[in-house]
Design a protein around this ligand. Structure first.
Ligand code: ADP
Ligand code: TYD
Length: 204
């Protein structure tokens, strides 16, 4: 039996990380064998590429290619072997981040991203994607209170408006995969929705 692949997405500060550990624990409490990981990163080489991506200046094309190089290594070394062994993989960001940030945010051609996606991972797509949707100004205030910014988080509100719109377009195009969560709601309310979703879609 092969495992299931779940991703968390959203603009920086929308609330992904707040729910990710909790979600993984909820799966484990139901007896699911889960691997928790993140992008860019998740394998030793991809974590090294993450350092460059988050802190070094580079062109849009270099950024796009490095994202896919990191993803390819992560897929080969961690995601595909885990799924093949029947484990579930819960990943903080995946391909939708690339369409939203490099595509909608930075203006990289969508066709180019689609071509790289096909090359790097073919048909492998998440079974479920939780999109944390939040107004960029509020997300920026939450981030400012929580941590020092990386190279993406220093972008202006207009950038995050484009990224948010990019995400929403992805969700609209694939409503059976996406669950769009209002990041402006209370943490406890969001958890109730996640808990219900776990029970309904996987019947566990
Ligand atoms: P992300 O992982 O999406 O970048 P985080 O989970 O790190 O975002 O959240 C950013 C900040 O916002 C954190 O300080 C977190 O405690 C806070 N936060 C997250 N979700 C909520 C929420 N629903 N209501 C209020 N504050 C929140
Ligand atoms: P993240 O791990 O969410 O940052 P943090 O640890 O600060 O919460 O993501 C790192 C950044 O990488 C985030 O700003 C979005 C960016 N990113 C892309 O631009 N494209 C991608 O394909 C991925 C996976 C991430």
């Amino acid at each position: 039996m092969s495992g299931r692949f779940v991703t968390f997405e959203g603009i920086d500060g929308a609330g992904k990380s707040t729910h990710l550990d909790w979600y993984v624990e909820r799966l484990r409490s139901r007896g699911v064998d889960v691997v928790q990981t993140r992008e860019p990163g998740g394998s030793p080489l991809a974590e090294s590429l993450r350092e460059l991506l988050l802190h070094r200046e580079m062109s849009i094309d270099t950024e796009l290619l490095l994202m896919f190089a990191a993803r390819r290594d992560h897929l080969e070394r961690l995601i595909r072997p885990a799924l093949a062994a029947g484990q579930w993989v819960v990943c903080d960001r995946f391909i939708d981040s690339t369409y939203a940030y490099q595509g909608a945010g930075r203006g990289a051609a969508i066709q180019r991203i689609a071509w790289l996606e096909q090359w790097a991972h073919g048909d492998l797509q998440p079974a479920r994607t939780y999109l944390f949707d939040l107004e960029p100004a509020l997300a920026a205030r939450r981030r400012a209170a929580a941590r020092a910014p990386d190279r993406f988080e220093t972008e202006d509100i207009a950038f995050f408006e484009r990224v948010r719109a990019g995400y929403r377009a992805r969700a609209d195009a694939d409503p059976s995969r996406f669950v769009v969560l209002d990041g402006g709601r209370a943490i406890s309310e969001i958890r109730v929705i996640l808990e219900q979703d776990i029970a309904t879609i996987w019947n566990i």
